[in-house]
Design a protein around this ligand. Sequence first.
Ligand code: BGC
Length: 386
Amino acid sequence: MKKITVMLSLVLITALISCDKTKSKSDSETTKDSSKVESAGNKTVFGKLPDGTEADLYTLKNKNGIEVKITNYGGIIVSLKTPDKSGKSEDIVLGFDSLSSYLQDPPYFGAIVGRYGNRIAKGKFTLDGKTYTLAQNNLGNHLHGGLKGFDKVLWTVEEASDSTLKLSYLSKDLEEGYPGNLKVNVIYTLSEDNALKIDYEATTDKATVVNLTNHTYFNLTAGKRDILDHELQLQSTQFVPVDKTLIPTGELKSVKGTPFDFSKFTKIGARINEKDEQLKLGNGYDHCWVLDHKSGGLETLGALYEPESGRVVEFATTEPAVQFYSGNFLDGKFTGKAGVKYQFRYGACLETEHYPDSPNQPKFPTTVLKPNEVYKTSTVYKFSTK
Ligand code: BGC
């Protein structure tokens, strides 16, 4: 009997141990699985579009405390936290906490801009003998892809992890008036060396024009004041003068001896109110600088620095130009994250892209994409302090 009791106890203990093992195994499997799901983009619901479709928010993070939140609505960079020189992490881009605020037609905070970033004169261009008409949504010209550009569509999430978010979108033939079914991928990658890379890819089944960019407004003080004390450096010796509707006149002008010379770090506010015809037309800086590429590849061609926080954002790009916009149309109408009112010149955009109105300017580098070609550009924003 004693023997049986001992044997039974042994069986019971063995069963309990193996049961416990199974449990701990399944626990660790669950943990592993859920961490997989967690790290599958660290996705949360951002909100619902008017038709009830859900838009999500994805978090990319690295080991040095950089954190980027991006929604698949417009591919918008909603927040971007980087440490200042004392290690304090703060959000350095303008934007909103909720999807509903992005639905109120803000000026492209953080968004992917396309099919054509910046302006096309009178919303018209001719390709292969055919004239295409686009929306005239800015002083009689076409701006940033039209009434419902790539900033206002829901992108498909192809891949998501702690470091990468790949979005895709099919812009149908004649959407916003542009010819060709355009398949677009935009891939955000946050690296351990504190760089956010944005790769753009596109293919078409009919000749079209493409000029994709990102419209993040940086404020390296984390929204404490405007960007006039930020210092800017651009590797550029020429810029693109504009007319009174901000359409290029067609010439390129030397920056030498003008308030457009940022070859050395210079405060944005230092010359912005000077009596200069181009500054008057742009109500400040709202111009395209031709970048002095050495190789034509992905090269570092400029930087933004804010002395108090010590934050630096360097940019590298394959693009031929950058539109530097000093937030001259911000007027306090939009209240963003943490209740901050986005006042006059509260953000600085560094939109790497082709020159404005290239489809109508034969001397500018072409923005035409043909069916047998692949559009591929990259821009990297690298974060540091000094
Ligand atoms: C343009 C500005 C425009 C702003 C917001 C910039 O890219 O150059 O003129 O006001 O975007 O739409």
